[in-house]
Write a protein of this length. Structure first.
Length: 396
């Protein structure tokens, strides 16, 4: 068991470097579209404020190549000013004498947000000299960024190797919920997987075939599985190199007595049509391309969800960004929310859909991780969690 921020004592006046995940979605103009990740980080920040620590926040935003004004964390500082019961400061640097002086000057229980850590290429390279410069700013390191806990970066992995450390309250909550859902699931357990590529999710599906009773597959990846089942998919996207893997998964599920549900009808367009009008079809022929699950599939999936005691969902079931193809994914989100199952939704797209459907308050856990959530379920842990000190090694 890893030690948590609450295992750290006598924090008054101490500098706590808190790695958070403020990698929020932006529109083309840099406007923040969803503040979920910021809101979910607040309990750890507020706890450290209550302990009268000096809280230094570090996060990334997007994948910038050097400095990009639209990916500055300054707008997030404005949100924190409204959300936190203390003074919030901002620095456009992440290390150096100016940052050290600013930390000295802020009061106990105040917050300093540093600039986007990915403006520095040393972050992704896990440059330990870079990490040492940042580590010199503080007394403790707390990692609350579950969404990047699978990436060995300077401020997710490197700092934990250099400083006394712990995980934050959000990290603790996510790890506990995901571990319990996989290791000791409530049955019937329904796993819903969507999105695009199959390749990165093969091991995940194989792992969950051991604990889930039903696997529902939707989104673009469903068409690779339909081809593996011998079903025509028109011109829908298929990853030919993954068809054999999909066929193996279907065979393994049958051997284990597990149920795999695939779309039985589709909302599609005809590529050759002058007017690309969406229509429903049970058969995919010629140049038809599917972008959403059809009404019969929606009912099939919802019936399975209705009887579940636990649901884990990752990935949209259609091109939900387009209103013409959003209904399937939105109806599934609402069905999960209305079910009596313990529900976990992971991944940025899935969380966005839940908020679009206005049912976020009816989901038990909105996981901040996308790839991290999947990797954790698949592997049982993540590098940036493993590197944190164990609770039993901490002496008061």
């Amino acid at each position: 068991m890893k030690r948590t921020v609450k295992d750290l004592v006598n924090l008054e006046g101490k500098v706590v470097i808190l790695r958070v995940d403020f990698n929020v979605p932006l529109d083309d103009g840099g406007k923040i579209l969803d503040t979920t990740r910021i809101v979910q980080s607040l309990p750890t920040i507020k706890y450290l404020i209550e302990q009268k620590a000096k809280v230094v926040l570090i996060s990334h935003l997007g994948r910038p190549e050097g400095f990009e004004i639209r990916k500055s964390l300054w707008p997030i500082a404005l949100i924190l000013i409204k959300a936190l019961p203390t003074s919030v400061h901002f620095m456009n640097k992440v290390y150096g004498d100016e940052v050290k002086k600013r930390i000295q000057d802020i009061g106990n229980g105040e917050v300093l947000l540093l600039e986007n850590i990915r403006f520095y290429k040393e972050e992704i390279e896990c440059d330990m000299e870079f990490a040492k410069k940042i580590a010199s700013l503080g007394d403790y390191f707390v990692n609350d960024a579950f969404g990047v806990a699978h990436r060995k970066h300077a401020t997710t992995y490197g700092l934990a190797r250099l400083m006394p450390n712990a995980i934050g309250l959000l990290m603790e909550k996510e790890v506990g919920a995901l571990r319990g859902a996989v290791d000791d699931p409530k049955h019937p357990f329904v796993f819903i997987i969507g999105g695009g590529k199959v390749q990165g999710k093969i091991n995940l599906i194989l792992k969950l075939l051991n604990s889930a009773d039903t696997v529902i597959i939707g989104g673009a990846m469903a068409y690779t599985f339909l081809v593996a089942s011998g079903v025509a998919v028109g011109e829908s996207k298929v990853y030919d190199e993954n068809v054999a893997y999909a066929r193996d998964i279907l065979d393994i599920a049958k051997e284990k007595g597990k149920k795999i549900l695939l779309p039985i009808d589709h909302v599609c367009i005809k590529q050759s049509a002058k007017r690309k009008k969406a229509f429903v079809s049970e058969e995919m022929v010629d140049d038809m391309i599917a972008f959403d699950i059809g009404p019969k599939t929606r009912e099939l999936f919802k019936e399975e969800i209705k009887g579940a005691k636990q649901i884990l969902w990752n990935g949209p079931l259609g091109k939900y960004e387009n209103p013409a193809f959003a209904r399937g994914t939105l109806e599934i989100a609402k069905a999960i929310a209305e079910s009596e199952a313990y529900s976990i939704v992971g991944g940025g797209d899935s969380v966005s859909v839940v908020k679009m459907a206005k049912v976020e308050n009816k989901i038990n856990l909105l996981s901040t991780g996308g790839g991290a959530t999947l990797k954790f379920i698949e592997q049982g842990s993540l590098p940036c969690i493993d590197v944190i000190q164990d609770k039993i090694l901490f002496k008061r």
